[in-house]
Design a protein around this ligand. Structure first.
Ligand SMILES: C[S@@+](CC[C@H](N)C(=O)[O-])C[C@H]1O[C@@H](n2cnc3c(N)ncnc32)[C@H](O)[C@@H]1O
Ligand code: SF4
Length: 444
């Protein structure tokens, strides 16, 4: 019974977009270490760049991202200069010219930038880094703030993938999350982007929002299908009002309970599968010819801070406040407060606030967790003697008894029934995880 399993496993676990997870980063890793790690990259390495734009026109009550509402453009101007400064500092710290194979703009809302600011940052990137001709350049789009001249800037800058924050098409739900964007508005944005030459579309949908019902989810999927995205990310609403105080605007009694959330998630998944989307990992769906499904089928799918990714670069460079990067030696995160980040840039210092150097053990456990998250299976024999993992194999037993994983010798497979619970299987391999109430969102 799904309900019994939900009760039994109703606990908080990380989303494993990194291992070790961000709460284990520490201040011992700062700008100096980051500079050394950048300097050690060679010409054979490949880079991915992530730009974080922490501004939005209005706060969506559900939002869990690092962002700030601003009505004036003035704070953005200073921030854009800081991003330019950071591109200078990072490129100066590199001793080689690794190819940049992927660029991702997220936030917040990159669509808050003036088109010229966006174009100039992309121009600076091309001048200072070795951008591959076939690089994927993706931008997250808030359909409510996408202006026509921004579309021109996207196309002129070589953007070839967009991700639209759709969330839910139901009016009652949209009102309750303070994000009103009727279907017609989203359809127009898609139409305009397609007309401008953008071919690859991702939609973000969320289940577990206030007032969502089976009917509203079915309607949302039907409307989304009319717009034919190649890929969808389907997130469970992470309700963490003790961390994100604006989420208090969403009253607990309007939220689906754990069992209802589970049903909505499965309904959404089944609806998408019935429309010929393949299910990828925990929360992605893609058409057979979409790059993510191709990577999934070919076993090259990866997981990073943006979630699942086709990006296989050996290093990720985060530009902007709160951005997280990884290098072969470890993870780094920039200062989160805008002022602290901008002060560091003005002083000509890398803005690393914290990070973690990876031990060999961390790297191995990270790979095991990533394989489970991406492929739903792992052979521990690929990572040393299976009896090294006797404790973990023992800890998987209750999950195996409930049919959520299958363990055969050194091979661990998350079953279809276990797919929504896969983070629990990963947690077994997390050597840092101690029960700490109210740090992560629910496992389901
Ligand atoms: C930075 S936003 C996307 C770009 C743009 N700001 C927008 O909202 O359209 C990234 C995505 O994170 C997801 N998200 C934000 N807060 C969330 C939360 N509390 N729980 C689950 N997903 C969330 C939403 O699906 C959102 O589209
Ligand atoms: S969901 Fe997107 S648009 Fe809404 S507040 Fe968060 S980052 Fe801004």
């Amino acid at each position: 019974m799904a309900e019994d399993l939900l009760k039994k496993y109703d606990r908080q676990v990380p989303r494993y977009t990194s291992y070790p997870t961000a709460p284990h980063f520490h201040e011992g890793v700062a700008g100096e270490t980051y500079g050394e790690w950048l300097g050690a990259l060679g010409n054979d390495d490949t880079l991915s760049l992530y730009f974080h734009v922490p501004f939005c026109a209005e706060m969506c009550w559900f939002c869990g991202c690092h962002t700030k509402v601003t009505r004036k453009y003035e704070p953005v101007v200073g921030y854009v200069s800081s991003m330019h400064r950071e591109l200078d500092l990072v490129s100066a710290a590199l001793k080689a010219q690794p190819k940049v194979t992927s660029v991702h703009w997220g936030g917040g809302s990159p669509t808050m930038l003036k088109p010229d600011d966006f174009t100039q940052l992309m121009q600076a990137l091309r001048e200072k880094f070795n951008l591959a001709e076939d690089a994927e350049i993706a931008v997250e789009i808030d359909p409510r703030t996408l202006a026509a001249d921004f579309i021109e800037a996207l196309v002129a800058s070589g953007v070839n993938r967009v991700s639209l924050g759709v969330q839910d098409f139901d009016d009652t739900v949209q009102q309750a999350i303070n994000r009103v964007q009727p279907y017609e508005m989203v359809a127009k944005v898609v139409e305009d982007l397609r007309a401008a030459g953008i071919k690859a579309f991702n939609f973000d949908l969320i289940y577990g929002l206030p007032y969502q019902t089976a009917e509203s989810i079915i309607r949302t999927v039907d409307l989304a299908m009319k717009l034919q995205p190649d890929r969808l990310s389907v997130f469970g609403y992470a309700h963490v009002p003790w961390m994100k105080t604006h989420q208090r605007m969403i009253k607990d009694e309007t939220l689906p309970d754990t069992a209802q959330r589970f049903e909505l998630a499965e309904l959404l998944a089944n609806q998408l599968i019935s429309h010929d989307y393949d299910r990828i990992g925990l929360d992605h769906f893609a058409k057979a010819d979409d790059a993510m499904q191709v990577a999934h089928a070919g076993g090259t799918l990866r997981r990073n801070f943006q979630g699942y990714t086709t990006d296989s670069a050996s290093a990720l460079i985060g530009i902007g406040a709160s951005s997280i990067g990884y290098l072969p030696q470890g993870y780094v995160q920039n200062q989160v407060p805008l002022k602290t980040y901008m002060d560091a840039m003005n002083a000509g210092d890398l803005a690393t606030a914290r990070g973690i150097a990876l031990s060999d053990q961390d790297k191995i456990r990270g790979r095991i967790i990533e394989e489970l998250m991406c492929q739903l299976k792992v052979d521990l024999a690929d990572f040393g003697e299976a009896d090294l993992y006797a404790t973990e194999l023992g800890a998987l037993q209750p999950l195996a008894e409930d049919g959520l994983v299958k363990v055969q010798g050194s091979k661990v497979q998350v079953t279809e029934k276990g797919r929504p619970f896969m983070r629990l299987a990963c947690a077994v391999f997390d050597a840092y995880l101690k029960p700490e109430p109210k740090r992560y969102s629910k496992a389901i």
